[in-house]
Design a protein around this ligand. Structure first.
Ligand code: ZN
Length: 179
């Protein structure tokens, strides 16, 4: 499979409402494999199909493995693949800084629900559901926004809450997770 090109803000497909996934089969599996390869190649936390130019309601998110202070893995990385994801419950509010693979060079402070329940379908069309909090909840909200043609920039409340960052090489030191 292959790494695909990630589109950046200004591409019309990033502003469209994506279409529901209605057929489940090898095409979808190949597409998701490419999305995962692309996300991992750039150390992203998540990716939505429109970001690689495919206007379908399909997202992938991978939470990094958690390590203790000695570097021992206490929880392996967790991969989420959702077709037609929807937020069915949301509560609380949290402000945090977020970035986006389609908005290189900027991060912004964005208010999101603190806890969300997401439902959707897996790659075989079977119903799935996840209750997420913290960074995972933020990632789901960010990726689902992509399916509705929204970017985090639309949710940054004022220009002071947006800041420029160095290109990717330095991003990790700055602590922002591209989604
Ligand atoms: Zn994004």
């Amino acid at each position: 499979m292959a790494k695909r090109n990630i589109l950046v803000a200004g591409e019309p497909v990033l502003r469209q409402k994506a279409k529901k996934v209605t057929s489940f089969g090898p095409f979808l599996e190949d597409l998701v494999t490419d999305m995962i390869d692309t996300m991992r190649a750039v150390n992203g936390l998540g990716l939505a199909a429109p970001q690689i130019g495919v206007p379908l309601r399909l997202i992938v998110i991978e939470m990094p493995a958690e390590e203790d202070e000695e570097g021992n893995e206490i929880q392996p990385s967790q991969l989420y693949v959702y077709c037609n994801p929807e937020i069915v419950k949301a509560y609380g509010e949290e402000e945090d800084e977020e970035g986006c693979l389609s908005v290189p060079g900027y991060v912004g402070i964005v208010k999101r629900a603190a806890v969300v329940t997401v439902k959707g379908q897996d790659l075989k069309g079977r119903p799935i559901r996840t209750k997420a909090e913290g960074l995972l909840a933020r990632a789901f909200q960010h990726e689902i926004d992509h399916l509705d043609g929204k970017l985090f920039l639309d949710r940054v409340e004022s220009p002071e809450k947006l800041r420029r960052i160095e290109p990717r090489a330095k991003r990790q030191e700055q602590g922002a997770e591209p989604i």
